[in-house]
Design a protein around this ligand. Structure first.
Ligand SMILES: NC(=O)c1ccc[n+]([C@@H]2O[C@H](COP(=O)([O-])OP(=O)(O)OC[C@H]3O[C@@H](n4cnc5c(N)ncnc54)[C@H](OP(=O)(O)O)[C@@H]3O)[C@@H](O)[C@H]2O)c1
Length: 114
């Protein structure tokens, strides 16, 4: 449907020591870039929209400076190998979580159906 996907939090809100992760740092060193820049590049090269948040001017400048290099296919695969196959935020399949997020909306639908 030509729908563009946006990263929920492109740096996973800084979880999992993402800015110092050694696998990412090895790749970053190859391109003379930072971990953050490699992460953004990995997302952008997959067609994913990114809106990274920072309150630091130097980091904002760093985060926009990602359009002068391209990760190789091998490096894209290396980044993908870090996938944990689970959300870093909450489990979308957990009924308790769904109830917490959508509880009031679900109740409205159920009430309408009565
Ligand atoms: N995550 C959510 O639940 C959620 C929900 C709705 C909307 N959004 C929006 O999505 C956007 C991004 O989400 P987010 O802020 O939750 O997570 P994020 O962008 O994945 O991570 C932000 C964190 O990364 C740090 N950071 C940013 N650039 C960095 C760099 N170059 N080097 C080192 N650290 C860096 C920031 O610290 P500093 O600020 O100290 O630099 C902050 O702690 C925001 O615009 C947010 O409003 C998020």
């Amino acid at each position: 449907e030509d729908i563009r996907v946006e990263a929920w939090a492109p740096f996973a809100e800084g979880r999992n020591d993402i800015f110092t992760n050694e696998t990412i740092a090895e790749t970053a060193a190859k391109y003379g870039k930072s971990n953050g820049q490699v992460i953004l590049r990995w997302l952008l090269q997959r067609g994913i929209t990114v809106i990274p948040k920072s309150v630091h001017k130097n980091r904002m400048e760093e985060n926009i400076d990602v359009f002068d290099f391209e990760l190789s296919d091998d490096d894209m695969k290396k980044m993908a190998s870090l996938n944990k196959n689970e959300s870093q935020f909450f489990d979308h399949r957990d009924p308790v979580t769904i109830e917490q997020i959508f509880g009031s909306s679900l109740k409205m639908v159920q009430d309408d159906e009565k």
